[in-house]
Design a protein around this ligand. Structure first.
Ligand SMILES: Nc1ncnc2c1ncn2[C@@H]1O[C@H](COP(=O)(O)OP(=O)(O)O)[C@@H](O)[C@H]1O
Ligand SMILES: [Mg+2]
Length: 231
């Protein structure tokens, strides 16, 4: 399965979704970060046709892939997809994470419009409500997206496609560790905590225990979200 993670907005959770929701649940999925395609120090530069062509070639050699399209590249990506007529068919799904801030919801609607304009069928476009507060419902927090969906029906909206606000993402952002690795780490942290005498060490272990607990909770949420998204 090949999945593009896309949104004109930054900070909606594209990279988080690619790394922690999608890649671990596909067989041998590499994450291709389109942000890093311009890694010759010209981050702000537009994605060129040549690079897009290379991306399509790389995809052709893979069975599973997650392409994380950084916000600054989305516009070029969409334009190149129009130029390379039919290239949108190289992806099985377009996953669009969004958050409830007004600007991000507006950008998300622009993203959904752009995808529809390329000719991507509604059933291939899946929205994720990210960073939903525990006491909030998507219907309330994302009212303008529900309204847009009612009028256009040009994407799939599943009200339970939700990732709640969760501290684990911030805590493991700078580590290479996957959520599964944290969960499966056999270290007996509670025993270590009992034995530790140094307060700083005790604190460090307590923090690891917290992360492990969050990992267990979020794994359940992400498993069921993956089912919801692609069933
Ligand atoms: N559900 C969530 N709960 C808490 N923090 C989150 C959640 N999703 C993403 N984040 C955090 O929000 C920030 C932006 O997420 P990121 O995936 O980098 O967005 P993007 O790739 O769209 O710019 C990161 O610091 C990430 O750890
Ligand atoms: Mg990102």
């Amino acid at each position: 399965m090949k999945i593009a993670v896309i949104n004109f907005s930054g900070n909606v959770g594209k990279s988080t979704v690619a790394r922690h929701l999608l890649a671990p649940r596909l067989k041998e999925a590499d994450i291709i970060a389109v942000e890093s395609i311009n890694s010759d120090g010209s981050q702000e530069e537009a994605m060129r046709g040549k690079q897009f062509g290379e991306l399509l070639e790389a995809l052709a050699l893979m069975d599973d892939a997650v392409v994380d399209i950084g916000a600054s590249n989305v516009e070029d990506f969409v334009n190149l997809m129009k130029q390379y007529r039919g290239s949108h068919e190289d992806f099985d799904f377009y996953v669009v994470p969004t958050v409830s801030k007004t600007k991000q919801q507006r950008d998300t609607i622009s993203t959904l419009e752009a995808l529809a304009e390329i000719g991507i069928p509604a059933k291939k476009i899946r929205l994720i409500f990210n960073m939903v507060e525990l006491d909030e419902t998507p219907q309330r927090a994302f009212a303008s997206l529900f309204e847009y969906h009612d009028s256009e029906k040009n994407f799939m909206l599943k009200p339970d496609a939700v990732i709640h606000v969760n501290d684990i993402f911030g805590k493991i952002k700078d580590s290479e560790q996957s959520i599964a690795a944290i969960l499966n780490d056999p270290t007996n942290l509670k025993a270590q905590l009992k034995e530790a005498t140094d307060p700083a060490e005790k604190l460090r272990i307590a923090q690891l225990i917290a992360i492990k607990r969050l990992a267990a909770g979020v794994t359940e949420e992400l498993n069921s979200l993956f089912q919801t998204l692609f069933k």
